[in-house]
Design a protein around this ligand. Structure first.
Ligand code: MTE
Ligand code: MO
Length: 383
Protein backbone atom coordinates (compact mmCIF):
# COMPACT_ATOMS: atom_id res chain seq x y z
CA UNK A 1 0.00 0.00 0.00
CA UNK A 2 1.11 3.54 -0.77
CA UNK A 3 1.13 5.97 2.13
CA UNK A 4 3.10 8.73 0.39
CA UNK A 5 0.12 11.11 -0.05
CA UNK A 6 -1.45 11.24 3.39
CA UNK A 7 -3.01 14.57 4.45
CA UNK A 8 -1.51 16.72 7.25
CA UNK A 9 -2.71 15.92 10.78
CA UNK A 10 -2.85 17.80 14.07
CA UNK A 11 0.30 17.19 16.15
CA UNK A 12 -1.64 16.67 19.38
CA UNK A 13 -3.38 13.52 18.12
CA UNK A 14 -2.32 10.32 19.79
CA UNK A 15 -1.32 7.91 17.02
CA UNK A 16 -2.44 4.33 17.62
CA UNK A 17 -1.32 3.06 14.21
CA UNK A 18 0.62 4.95 11.55
CA UNK A 19 -0.16 3.01 8.36
CA UNK A 20 -3.11 2.87 8.04
CA UNK A 21 -3.48 6.08 10.05
CA UNK A 22 -5.46 5.65 13.28
CA UNK A 23 -5.44 8.42 15.86
CA UNK A 24 -7.52 9.94 18.65
CA UNK A 25 -7.47 13.26 20.50
CA UNK A 26 -6.38 13.73 24.11
CA UNK A 27 -9.17 13.23 26.67
CA UNK A 28 -9.20 16.87 27.74
CA UNK A 29 -9.34 18.14 24.16
CA UNK A 30 -12.25 15.86 23.34
CA UNK A 31 -14.39 16.88 26.31
CA UNK A 32 -13.67 20.59 25.81
CA UNK A 33 -16.44 21.09 23.24
CA UNK A 34 -19.82 19.69 22.32
CA UNK A 35 -18.94 19.85 18.61
CA UNK A 36 -15.58 18.21 17.99
CA UNK A 37 -13.25 20.33 15.83
CA UNK A 38 -12.43 18.51 12.58
CA UNK A 39 -8.67 18.41 13.19
CA UNK A 40 -9.20 16.79 16.61
CA UNK A 41 -11.85 14.31 15.40
CA UNK A 42 -10.58 10.71 15.62
CA UNK A 43 -9.37 9.17 12.40
CA UNK A 44 -10.00 5.51 11.72
CA UNK A 45 -8.71 4.04 8.46
CA UNK A 46 -8.04 0.60 7.00
CA UNK A 47 -5.85 1.72 4.11
CA UNK A 48 -4.25 4.79 2.52
CA UNK A 49 -6.40 7.94 2.17
CA UNK A 50 -7.58 8.06 -1.46
CA UNK A 51 -7.08 11.18 -3.56
CA UNK A 52 -10.32 12.28 -5.25
CA UNK A 53 -9.26 15.78 -6.21
CA UNK A 54 -10.88 16.04 -9.62
CA UNK A 55 -14.40 16.84 -8.48
CA UNK A 56 -15.66 17.29 -12.06
CA UNK A 57 -15.00 13.64 -12.81
CA UNK A 58 -16.39 12.41 -9.49
CA UNK A 59 -19.55 10.31 -9.58
CA UNK A 60 -21.31 7.98 -7.21
CA UNK A 61 -23.14 5.18 -8.97
CA UNK A 62 -26.48 4.02 -7.60
CA UNK A 63 -27.16 0.51 -8.83
CA UNK A 64 -27.92 -3.06 -7.93
CA UNK A 65 -31.61 -4.01 -7.65
CA UNK A 66 -32.95 -0.80 -9.17
CA UNK A 67 -34.85 -0.35 -12.43
CA UNK A 68 -32.24 1.92 -13.92
CA UNK A 69 -28.84 2.61 -12.36
CA UNK A 70 -27.75 6.25 -12.19
CA UNK A 71 -24.47 8.10 -11.96
CA UNK A 72 -24.77 11.12 -9.69
CA UNK A 73 -22.28 13.96 -9.63
CA UNK A 74 -21.65 15.96 -6.48
CA UNK A 75 -23.82 18.71 -8.00
CA UNK A 76 -26.71 16.25 -8.35
CA UNK A 77 -26.38 15.44 -4.63
CA UNK A 78 -26.09 19.12 -3.69
CA UNK A 79 -29.29 19.93 -5.58
CA UNK A 80 -31.28 17.74 -3.21
CA UNK A 81 -32.62 19.31 0.03
CA UNK A 82 -29.70 19.82 2.42
CA UNK A 83 -29.87 18.59 6.00
CA UNK A 84 -27.54 19.32 8.89
CA UNK A 85 -27.53 16.42 11.33
CA UNK A 86 -25.49 16.57 14.52
CA UNK A 87 -24.43 13.01 15.18
CA UNK A 88 -21.70 11.29 17.16
CA UNK A 89 -19.57 8.77 15.32
CA UNK A 90 -18.05 6.17 17.62
CA UNK A 91 -15.72 3.39 16.54
CA UNK A 92 -16.74 -0.06 17.76
CA UNK A 93 -13.14 -0.37 18.98
CA UNK A 94 -13.37 2.60 21.35
CA UNK A 95 -11.81 1.61 24.74
CA UNK A 96 -10.26 -1.54 23.26
CA UNK A 97 -6.94 -1.07 25.11
CA UNK A 98 -8.73 -1.44 28.42
CA UNK A 99 -10.47 -4.63 27.29
CA UNK A 100 -7.16 -6.06 26.10
CA UNK A 101 -5.67 -5.49 29.55
CA UNK A 102 -8.17 -7.93 31.05
CA UNK A 103 -7.41 -10.56 28.38
CA UNK A 104 -5.62 -9.95 25.08
CA UNK A 105 -7.78 -9.02 22.08
CA UNK A 106 -6.86 -8.36 18.44
CA UNK A 107 -7.14 -4.95 16.86
CA UNK A 108 -5.87 -1.37 16.98
CA UNK A 109 -5.68 -0.16 20.58
CA UNK A 110 -7.81 2.85 21.55
CA UNK A 111 -8.18 4.82 24.76
CA UNK A 112 -11.59 6.45 25.35
CA UNK A 113 -11.50 9.00 22.51
CA UNK A 114 -12.30 6.97 19.37
CA UNK A 115 -15.39 9.08 18.84
CA UNK A 116 -16.41 12.58 17.96
CA UNK A 117 -19.50 14.71 17.54
CA UNK A 118 -19.98 16.70 14.35
CA UNK A 119 -22.66 18.46 12.35
CA UNK A 120 -22.80 16.63 9.05
CA UNK A 121 -24.24 18.43 6.03
CA UNK A 122 -25.60 16.54 3.08
CA UNK A 123 -28.53 14.91 1.34
CA UNK A 124 -30.70 12.29 2.95
CA UNK A 125 -30.09 8.84 1.51
CA UNK A 126 -33.88 8.41 1.38
CA UNK A 127 -34.04 11.36 -1.07
CA UNK A 128 -31.15 10.01 -3.13
CA UNK A 129 -32.82 6.62 -3.43
CA UNK A 130 -36.00 8.33 -4.68
CA UNK A 131 -33.99 9.36 -7.73
CA UNK A 132 -33.69 5.69 -8.66
CA UNK A 133 -37.34 5.11 -7.78
CA UNK A 134 -36.82 3.38 -4.46
CA UNK A 135 -39.80 4.60 -2.42
CA UNK A 136 -39.62 6.04 1.07
CA UNK A 137 -39.82 3.56 3.92
CA UNK A 138 -43.01 1.51 3.85
CA UNK A 139 -44.13 -1.80 5.35
CA UNK A 140 -43.26 -3.44 2.04
CA UNK A 141 -39.68 -2.19 1.80
CA UNK A 142 -39.14 -3.26 5.42
CA UNK A 143 -40.54 -6.74 4.79
CA UNK A 144 -38.53 -7.01 1.56
CA UNK A 145 -35.45 -7.41 3.72
CA UNK A 146 -33.16 -5.83 1.15
CA UNK A 147 -30.02 -3.90 2.03
CA UNK A 148 -28.11 -0.88 0.80
CA UNK A 149 -24.39 -1.42 0.31
CA UNK A 150 -21.89 1.44 0.42
CA UNK A 151 -18.73 0.74 -1.58
CA UNK A 152 -15.70 2.95 -1.23
CA UNK A 153 -12.62 3.51 -3.36
CA UNK A 154 -9.98 2.87 -0.66
CA UNK A 155 -7.99 -0.34 -0.88
CA UNK A 156 -7.96 -2.40 2.31
CA UNK A 157 -5.62 -5.35 2.96
CA UNK A 158 -8.46 -7.06 4.88
CA UNK A 159 -10.61 -6.97 1.73
CA UNK A 160 -7.64 -8.56 -0.07
CA UNK A 161 -6.84 -5.20 -1.60
CA UNK A 162 -10.44 -4.46 -2.47
CA UNK A 163 -12.48 -1.46 -1.40
CA UNK A 164 -13.98 -0.95 2.06
CA UNK A 165 -17.72 -1.74 2.06
CA UNK A 166 -20.63 -2.15 4.44
CA UNK A 167 -24.41 -2.25 4.27
CA UNK A 168 -27.48 -1.16 6.20
CA UNK A 169 -31.08 -2.43 5.93
CA UNK A 170 -33.10 -0.82 3.12
CA UNK A 171 -35.83 0.09 5.63
CA UNK A 172 -33.37 2.29 7.51
CA UNK A 173 -31.91 3.77 4.32
CA UNK A 174 -35.31 4.80 2.97
CA UNK A 175 -36.68 6.09 6.27
CA UNK A 176 -36.30 9.90 6.32
CA UNK A 177 -36.53 9.85 10.13
CA UNK A 178 -33.43 7.65 10.38
CA UNK A 179 -31.41 10.65 9.11
CA UNK A 180 -28.97 8.55 7.08
CA UNK A 181 -26.95 11.08 5.08
CA UNK A 182 -24.68 11.26 2.12
CA UNK A 183 -22.55 13.98 3.66
CA UNK A 184 -20.28 16.46 1.85
CA UNK A 185 -19.77 18.82 4.80
CA UNK A 186 -18.49 18.41 8.36
CA UNK A 187 -19.02 21.29 10.81
CA UNK A 188 -19.93 23.63 7.96
CA UNK A 189 -16.72 23.01 6.01
CA UNK A 190 -16.08 20.86 2.98
CA UNK A 191 -15.39 17.31 4.19
CA UNK A 192 -11.66 16.71 4.76
CA UNK A 193 -9.84 13.88 2.99
CA UNK A 194 -9.36 12.00 6.26
CA UNK A 195 -13.13 11.98 6.83
CA UNK A 196 -14.31 10.89 3.39
CA UNK A 197 -13.91 13.71 0.86
CA UNK A 198 -15.85 14.28 -1.29
CA UNK A 199 -18.78 12.13 -0.08
CA UNK A 200 -19.41 9.70 2.77
CA UNK A 201 -22.30 7.92 4.40
CA UNK A 202 -23.34 8.93 7.91
CA UNK A 203 -25.47 6.33 9.67
CA UNK A 204 -26.52 7.87 13.00
CA UNK A 205 -26.80 5.68 16.09
CA UNK A 206 -24.78 2.86 14.55
CA UNK A 207 -21.10 1.84 15.02
CA UNK A 208 -18.76 4.02 12.93
CA UNK A 209 -17.81 1.12 10.64
CA UNK A 210 -21.07 1.48 8.67
CA UNK A 211 -20.48 5.17 7.85
CA UNK A 212 -18.45 4.45 4.73
CA UNK A 213 -16.07 7.19 3.53
CA UNK A 214 -15.05 8.08 -0.08
CA UNK A 215 -18.17 6.65 -1.70
CA UNK A 216 -17.84 5.10 -5.14
CA UNK A 217 -21.01 3.01 -5.46
CA UNK A 218 -24.26 2.46 -3.62
CA UNK A 219 -26.00 -0.80 -4.46
CA UNK A 220 -29.39 -2.17 -3.47
CA UNK A 221 -28.70 -5.82 -2.69
CA UNK A 222 -30.72 -8.87 -1.66
CA UNK A 223 -28.69 -9.81 1.44
CA UNK A 224 -26.37 -7.88 3.71
CA UNK A 225 -22.94 -7.05 2.32
CA UNK A 226 -20.45 -9.91 1.99
CA UNK A 227 -17.65 -7.44 2.78
CA UNK A 228 -14.95 -8.35 5.28
CA UNK A 229 -16.00 -5.63 7.73
CA UNK A 230 -19.57 -6.97 7.79
CA UNK A 231 -18.80 -10.72 7.86
CA UNK A 232 -15.36 -11.20 9.46
CA UNK A 233 -15.08 -8.22 11.76
CA UNK A 234 -17.30 -5.95 13.87
CA UNK A 235 -19.38 -8.81 15.24
CA UNK A 236 -19.95 -9.22 18.97
CA UNK A 237 -19.00 -12.69 20.25
CA UNK A 238 -19.47 -14.04 23.77
CA UNK A 239 -16.46 -14.40 26.14
CA UNK A 240 -16.48 -18.16 25.52
CA UNK A 241 -15.50 -17.76 21.87
CA UNK A 242 -11.81 -17.46 21.02
CA UNK A 243 -9.74 -17.71 17.82
CA UNK A 244 -9.65 -21.53 17.95
CA UNK A 245 -13.45 -21.99 18.02
CA UNK A 246 -14.87 -18.96 16.21
CA UNK A 247 -17.57 -19.46 13.56
CA UNK A 248 -18.13 -16.00 12.06
CA UNK A 249 -21.42 -16.90 10.39
CA UNK A 250 -23.12 -17.54 13.75
CA UNK A 251 -23.37 -13.81 14.56
CA UNK A 252 -24.96 -10.78 12.94
CA UNK A 253 -22.93 -7.74 11.93
CA UNK A 254 -23.08 -5.22 14.78
CA UNK A 255 -25.23 -2.18 14.05
CA UNK A 256 -26.58 -0.13 17.03
CA UNK A 257 -24.17 1.04 19.70
CA UNK A 258 -24.94 0.11 23.33
CA UNK A 259 -24.99 2.72 26.10
CA UNK A 260 -21.54 4.19 26.77
CA UNK A 261 -19.81 6.83 28.90
CA UNK A 262 -16.28 7.86 29.84
CA UNK A 263 -14.54 10.41 32.02
CA UNK A 264 -12.33 12.78 30.02
CA UNK A 265 -11.30 15.35 32.64
CA UNK A 266 -8.95 12.93 34.40
CA UNK A 267 -6.14 10.66 33.28
CA UNK A 268 -5.69 7.25 34.81
CA UNK A 269 -3.15 7.04 37.66
CA UNK A 270 -2.88 10.81 37.82
CA UNK A 271 -2.07 12.64 41.03
CA UNK A 272 -4.67 15.03 42.43
CA UNK A 273 -4.83 17.23 45.51
CA UNK A 274 -7.41 16.00 48.03
CA UNK A 275 -10.58 18.09 47.86
CA UNK A 276 -13.01 18.94 45.11
CA UNK A 277 -12.35 17.25 41.77
CA UNK A 278 -14.31 17.90 38.58
CA UNK A 279 -15.45 14.76 36.78
CA UNK A 280 -16.50 15.52 33.20
CA UNK A 281 -16.93 13.43 30.09
CA UNK A 282 -19.38 12.11 27.53
CA UNK A 283 -22.30 9.66 27.44
CA UNK A 284 -24.23 8.31 24.46
CA UNK A 285 -26.28 5.39 23.28
CA UNK A 286 -27.20 3.92 19.91
CA UNK A 287 -30.42 3.76 17.93
CA UNK A 288 -31.40 7.34 18.82
CA UNK A 289 -31.85 6.47 22.48
CA UNK A 290 -31.14 9.43 24.73
CA UNK A 291 -29.18 9.54 27.97
CA UNK A 292 -31.49 9.38 30.95
CA UNK A 293 -28.85 9.66 33.66
CA UNK A 294 -25.11 9.64 34.32
CA UNK A 295 -24.01 8.35 37.72
CA UNK A 296 -20.60 9.19 39.13
CA UNK A 297 -18.95 7.33 41.98
CA UNK A 298 -16.13 8.91 44.00
CA UNK A 299 -15.25 5.58 45.64
CA UNK A 300 -15.05 2.81 43.06
CA UNK A 301 -18.81 2.21 42.92
CA UNK A 302 -19.85 2.12 46.58
CA UNK A 303 -21.70 5.43 46.51
CA UNK A 304 -23.01 7.51 43.62
CA UNK A 305 -24.07 11.02 42.74
CA UNK A 306 -25.90 12.12 39.62
CA UNK A 307 -24.00 14.26 37.11
CA UNK A 308 -25.34 17.36 35.36
CA UNK A 309 -26.01 16.66 31.65
CA UNK A 310 -25.95 19.09 28.73
CA UNK A 311 -25.46 19.39 25.00
CA UNK A 312 -25.54 23.12 24.29
CA UNK A 313 -23.86 25.14 27.00
CA UNK A 314 -26.01 26.09 29.99
CA UNK A 315 -29.05 24.25 28.62
CA UNK A 316 -29.86 21.26 30.82
CA UNK A 317 -30.36 18.15 28.72
CA UNK A 318 -33.81 16.58 28.78
CA UNK A 319 -34.09 13.18 27.10
CA UNK A 320 -37.59 13.73 25.75
CA UNK A 321 -36.99 17.30 24.50
CA UNK A 322 -37.17 17.30 20.70
CA UNK A 323 -34.83 20.29 20.51
CA UNK A 324 -32.03 18.03 21.77
CA UNK A 325 -29.81 16.37 19.18
CA UNK A 326 -31.09 12.81 19.35
CA UNK A 327 -28.09 11.25 17.54
CA UNK A 328 -25.49 13.14 19.54
CA UNK A 329 -23.63 12.55 22.75
CA UNK A 330 -24.44 14.26 26.03
CA UNK A 331 -21.66 15.88 28.02
CA UNK A 332 -21.70 15.52 31.80
CA UNK A 333 -20.11 17.19 34.76
CA UNK A 334 -20.03 16.49 38.50
CA UNK A 335 -17.86 17.61 41.39
CA UNK A 336 -16.76 14.97 43.87
CA UNK A 337 -14.81 15.15 47.07
CA UNK A 338 -11.59 13.14 46.98
CA UNK A 339 -10.00 12.25 50.33
CA UNK A 340 -7.24 9.82 49.38
CA UNK A 341 -6.31 7.36 46.64
CA UNK A 342 -9.54 6.30 44.95
CA UNK A 343 -11.27 5.11 41.80
CA UNK A 344 -13.70 7.48 40.07
CA UNK A 345 -16.42 5.72 38.05
CA UNK A 346 -18.86 6.87 35.36
CA UNK A 347 -21.94 4.84 34.41
CA UNK A 348 -24.69 5.98 32.04
CA UNK A 349 -28.31 4.88 31.70
CA UNK A 350 -30.09 5.35 28.36
CA UNK A 351 -33.73 6.19 27.66
CA UNK A 352 -34.60 2.47 27.47
CA UNK A 353 -33.07 1.99 30.94
CA UNK A 354 -30.08 0.07 29.57
CA UNK A 355 -27.12 0.43 31.94
CA UNK A 356 -23.38 0.03 31.28
CA UNK A 357 -22.14 -3.32 32.61
CA UNK A 358 -19.91 -3.25 35.69
CA UNK A 359 -17.11 -5.52 34.53
CA UNK A 360 -15.12 -5.76 31.32
CA UNK A 361 -14.81 -9.55 31.79
CA UNK A 362 -18.56 -10.01 31.31
CA UNK A 363 -18.48 -8.40 27.86
CA UNK A 364 -15.00 -9.50 26.76
CA UNK A 365 -14.90 -10.52 23.10
CA UNK A 366 -11.96 -11.60 20.98
CA UNK A 367 -12.08 -8.59 18.62
CA UNK A 368 -12.31 -6.19 21.53
CA UNK A 369 -15.36 -4.30 20.33
CA UNK A 370 -18.07 -2.47 22.26
CA UNK A 371 -16.21 -2.04 25.52
CA UNK A 372 -18.91 -0.20 27.40
CA UNK A 373 -18.18 -1.28 30.97
CA UNK A 374 -18.16 1.28 33.79
CA UNK A 375 -15.36 3.71 33.10
CA UNK A 376 -12.87 3.82 35.97
CA UNK A 377 -10.12 6.35 36.60
CA UNK A 378 -7.58 5.62 39.35
CA UNK A 379 -6.55 8.73 41.25
CA UNK A 380 -3.53 9.04 43.48
CA UNK A 381 -3.89 11.67 46.18
CA UNK A 382 -0.91 13.91 46.77
CA UNK A 383 -0.07 14.32 50.47
N1 MTE B 1 -14.82 3.95 5.23
C1 MTE B 1 -13.81 3.58 4.41
N2 MTE B 1 -13.96 3.74 3.10
N3 MTE B 1 -12.66 3.06 4.89
C2 MTE B 1 -12.47 2.86 6.25
O1 MTE B 1 -11.41 2.40 6.67
N4 MTE B 1 -13.46 3.07 8.50
C3 MTE B 1 -14.75 2.99 9.20
C4 MTE B 1 -15.68 4.10 8.78
N5 MTE B 1 -15.72 4.23 7.34
C5 MTE B 1 -13.52 3.24 7.14
C6 MTE B 1 -14.69 3.82 6.56
C7 MTE B 1 -14.66 2.99 10.65
S1 MTE B 1 -14.27 1.50 11.40
C8 MTE B 1 -14.97 4.09 11.41
S2 MTE B 1 -15.01 4.02 13.08
C9 MTE B 1 -15.28 5.37 10.77
O2 MTE B 1 -15.22 5.31 9.34
C10 MTE B 1 -14.31 6.45 11.22
O3 MTE B 1 -14.58 7.68 10.62
P1 MTE B 1 -13.59 8.90 10.76
O4 MTE B 1 -12.21 8.46 10.33
O5 MTE B 1 -14.16 9.98 9.90
O6 MTE B 1 -13.57 9.29 12.21
MO1 MO C 1 -14.52 1.67 13.64
Amino acid sequence: SDYSSEPPRHPSLRINAKEPFNAEPARRDLAASYITPVDLFFKRNHGPIPILDDIDSYYVTIGGLVGEPRRLSLDDIRKLPKYNVTATLQCAGNRRTEMSRSRKVRGVGWDVCALGNATWGGAKLSDVLQLVCVPYHTEITMAGGKHVEFISVDQCPEEKGGPYRASIPLGQATNPAADVLLAYEMNGEVLKRDHGYPLRAIVPGVIGARSVKWLDKIDIIEEESKGFFMQKDYKMFPPSVDWDNIVWSTRKPQMDYPVQSAVCSLEDKSAVKPGQVTVAGYALSGGGRGIERVDISPDGGKSWIEAHRYQKHDVPYVTSDISCDKWAWVLFKAVVNVKGDTVIVSKAVDSSANVQPESVESIWNLRGILNTCWHRVHLLATP
